[in-house]
Write a protein that binds this ligand. Structure first.
Ligand SMILES: [Zn+2]
Length: 316
């Protein structure tokens, strides 16, 4: 028999949907939450989006998932946070929260008495994720970034957790997978501390609202819910192409960026991937692939600052 689910002011009876806001203590900020509570008991999947406020297909996918899920068909529940970082969303702010200039996906599991990013991370982790038995965090390329759809997860020494994560990753439906040993401060890090299986799924790029990217993420979340037994039906596992890391090349100059490769292209270690000029058009530096691999992330904006990520190259 499924239970009532109540988180802050949002309460959903069995076989119902409810939506409302979860308060971030000590701030004026609230986190929108939709609870889709099934008719019978089972796993609780958390789906978050908009940790980065301008990764639009992730946000649209979360909203569409909430609309499409039918609680009468579900065992367990799906908790959906369509926009974690509301202020970044409304300001069309890339990477960071405008209030504190911090990347929210480097602040997890957060701090109860920290800056706004840290408090949001703490609230999401402790009020919402702590209630879940699995976590899918949706992302994509941000406004200046081209991106190949990919899944990220953290490798773990725990065989039970590893098996659960692997089961979610192969269900999702995106073939490119990056599995570093550490991603400190990310939602994956918070999930690891909570001992729940988690993945980050990324699709979409450049501020576009490509329906194919949105659908890819909706389908992936639905597949994970099936794999967890929340939704009926089987999911055939996908053969994934796994990379152990994707080191980023960051700009050490401010100026104009001219990429020399395409996103998705396979490059050799040391190959020139682009150049930065100053504002007089004078070349300041060539940038090189740090390893042989596939360009999964590529900066597309003309303007680049010191520290901006020019490319991420996946290595086996
Ligand atoms: Zn992101």
């Amino acid at each position: 028999m499924q239970q009532y689910i109540e988180i802050d002011s949002v309460a959903a009876a069995p076989n119902s949907k409810a939506s409302g806001y979860v308060t971030v203590p000590g701030t004026n900020t609230q986190i929108p939450l939709i609870i889709v509570n099934g008719a019978d008991d089972g796993h609780i999947l958390l789906v978050t989006a908009g940790v980065h406020g301008a990764e639009y297909p992730s946000i649209e996918a979360a909203l569409r998932l909430a609309a499409e899920l039918d609680p009468a068909q579900m065992r367990g529940a799906v908790l959906i946070v369509p926009v974690v970082s509301q202020s970044a969303f409304f300001e069309r702010q890339t990477f960071i929260l405008p209030e504190d200039g911090k990347n929210p996906n480097r602040q997890f599991p957060g701090k109860a008495t920290g800056t706004l990013s840290e408090r949001i991370a703490h609230t999401l982790t402790n009020k919402i994720a702590a209630r879940a038995s699995a976590w899918v965090d949706l992302h994509g390329g941000d406004l200046p970034e081209a991106l190949v759809p990919l899944i990220g997860y953290l490798r773990s020494d725990d065989p039970v957790l590893s098996a659960s994560v692997n089961s979610m990753v192969t269900a999702f439906g995106i073939q490119i997978v990056v599995s570093p040993a550490q991603l400190v401060g990310t939602t994956l890090h918070a999930a690891a501390e909570l001992r729940i299986p988690a993945l980050i799924a990324e699709a979409g790029q450049l501020g576009r609202r490509d329906p194919a990217d949105t659908q890819r993420l909706v389908t992936g979340c639905t597949n994970v819910a099936r794999r967890l037994g929340i939704l009926p039906g089987d999911v055939a596992p996908v053969r994934v192409r796994e990379f152990r890391d994707w080191p980023w090349v960051r700009s050490s100059h401010a100026g104009c960026w001219y990429p020399a490769v395409q996103v998705g292209e396979t490059v050799r270690e040391g190959q020139v991937i682009g150049a930065v000029t100053d504002l007089f058009g004078v070349r300041q530096a060539d940038y090189h692939a740090p390893a042989s691999g596939v360009v999964l992330l590529l900066w597309q904006a003309l303007a680049v600052r010191v520290g901006d990520p020019l490319a991420g190259v996946a290595v086996a």
